[in-house]
Design a protein around this ligand. Structure first.
Ligand SMILES: [Zn+2]
Length: 483
């Protein structure tokens, strides 16, 4: 590394709030968020007039909520001045910052649709091109690609937010993080993670090989004590590697499963194999990725509430759902300068979970595990709604299952479900066990009993050690209509 780069990193490091936390802080993420709230109150008369001037320890959930509403007001003002899209939008709907005083007031703000961002990314840009440090293009697994712009402050913010999430999962300067995203994905979150660790002064090694032995060798050579990566990729490595080595002997401290939901069946296998906790992480590229991290309670993911505001709404009425009531996640970025999004539709099904949490967080709430995407939800038989997560639990609960793809069609009047399952183990017994697990689901049983569903079929695929690519769609629906 040249001296100038080293100097830049040293300067950036001094600007990270996560590096100013006392060593041994019990709840790094919450302390970090509350520190940011207290700091904002000390410099903003608008917020101070509502919550006073609390110390970080005094900030409670009501103050945090007021902080978020204050940031939304500022964001309406900022985007109204700097983004063509929002300037026109606020004018059309007559939205003013002062309209937003309560949580319910947020519903007055129209939703920003992903398509609007995809169609005109430059209209969302709030800074001149020269101030853009990074531009990201989303992978576009569902729908069109979107382009986002980040300033230097935005990138530092993302780095800070990644670092504090890692610390909350138990990472310290003594640990080494193995970053495991297969390089075949269109956009590599591993690069951002690696850079973030470097700036934050945390040790990391990037390992994207699909070769199991190579992954294990990298762990040994670097004394890896934590892992982060694509959920299905780490799961696959776990199942195939435990045949070759005693994984508990690696002394892993925590494993963070990212970019895909973590079925409980998968979590159990991973925790059992490595002998450590497995935590889920969820983020959207549109929100700079590092938005949430699960805690040890395994009941939802804590949100970086200092920089992001999640809401869960009923997609039909647009009204807020109650605590723990399922609906669609809507995100607002509270701090970004480049292309901030206000009330952006995620298409993800989740719920809000209010604090306090069993892990010790008192003010910072959570979102529930993502149940699926609205565009991946489908109906079978009697009109039973099915999500990939439903089958994930059943299929991955069978030892040896690595992943699957479901094809639904309707050759005559009944729905036919064919599961192609990648399976490491004895294929005949595997098929039996899988059929039993799938047929045991209420949604399947009622369909068969009511003569609306053919008995499900399972095809076993042997694991492909070399040519594996992560699946982009778990359910392929070939029926012309299903309502
Ligand atoms: Zn918690």
């Amino acid at each position: 590394m040249n001296p100038l780069n080293r100097l830049k990193i040293a300067i950036a490091r001094t600007r990270l709030t996560s590096n100013k936390l006392e060593p041994g802080t019990e709840h790094p993420l919450e302390s970090w968020i509350l520190t940011k709230v207290a700091k904002e109150a000390s410099k903003s008369p608008d917020l101070r007039s509502v919550i006073g001037r609390p110390t970080p320890a005094q900030v409670d959930r009501t103050m945090l909520r007021h902080y978020q509403l204050h940031k939304v007001r500022k964001m309406i003002e900022y985007t109204g001045e700097n983004s063509y899209f929002y300037k026109a939008r606020w004018k059309e709907f007559g939205i003013k910052p002062s309209d937003i005083r309560t949580y319910d007031d947020l519903c007055k703000i129209p939703i920003t649709e992903p398509k609007e961002l995809a169609d005109a990314p430059l209209e969302f840009m709030c800074v001149s091109q020269t101030k853009v440090m990074r531009a990201f293009t989303t992978s576009g697994t569902s729908g069109t690609r979107k382009r986002l712009f980040y300033t230097q402050n935005d990138v530092l913010n993302i780095v800070d937010s990644i670092a504090v999430a890692l610390r909350n999962a138990g990472m310290s300067e003594n640990d080494t993080l193995q970053i495991m995203f297969p390089s075949v994905t269109a956009w590599d979150p591993g690069l951002m993670l690696e850079g973030a660790c470097k700036v934050a002064g945390l040790k990391a090694v990037k390992a994207s090989t699909t070769d199991i032995e190579e992954q294990l060798n990298i762990m040994l050579a670097n004394r890896t004590s934590m892992m982060i990566g694509l959920t299905s990729f780490i799961y696959r490595i776990t199942v195939l590697a435990r045949e070759k080595a005693d994984l508990r002997g690696f002394g892993m401290k925590a494993i963070i499963l990212s970019s895909e939901p973590l079925p409980e069946a998968m979590r159990r296998e991973i925790e059992d194999a490595w002998g450590c906790k497995a935590l889920s992480q969820y983020g959207m590229t549109e929100m700079g990725l590092a938005t949430t991290i699960e805690c040890g309670v395994h009941d939802g993911m804590h949100v970086n509430m200092a920089d992001f505001l999640p809401e869960v709404i009923d997609p039909d009425t647009g009204k807020h759902c109650a605590d723990r009531e399922e609906g669609e996640l809507i995100w607002t970025s509270l701090s970004f300068e480049g292309s901030p999004l206000v009330r952006y539709r995620s298409n993800d099904i989740s719920a809000t979970i209010d604090p306090p949490c069993g892990c010790g967080f008192k003010a910072v709430g959570k979102i529930a595990k993502i149940r699926g995407r609205r565009d991946m939800q489908t109906k079978i038989g009697f009109g039973e709604k099915v999500y990939p997560l439903l089958f994930d639990e059943a299929i991955l609960g069978v030892k040896g299952s690595l992943g699957y793809q479901l094809t639904i069609d309707r050759p005559a009047y009944k729905d036919r479900l064919v599961f192609k399952v990648e399976f490491a183990g004895e294929p005949f017994q595997g098929k039996e066990a899988l059929l039993k697990a799938i047929s045991g689901l209420d949604e399947i049983r009622s369909g068969i009993e009511n003569d609306l569903l053919e008995p499900p079929e399972v095809e076993i695929l042997l694991p492909d050690q070399k040519g594996w690519v992560p699946k982009t769609r778990a359910i392929i629906d070939n029926r012309k209509q299903y309502d």
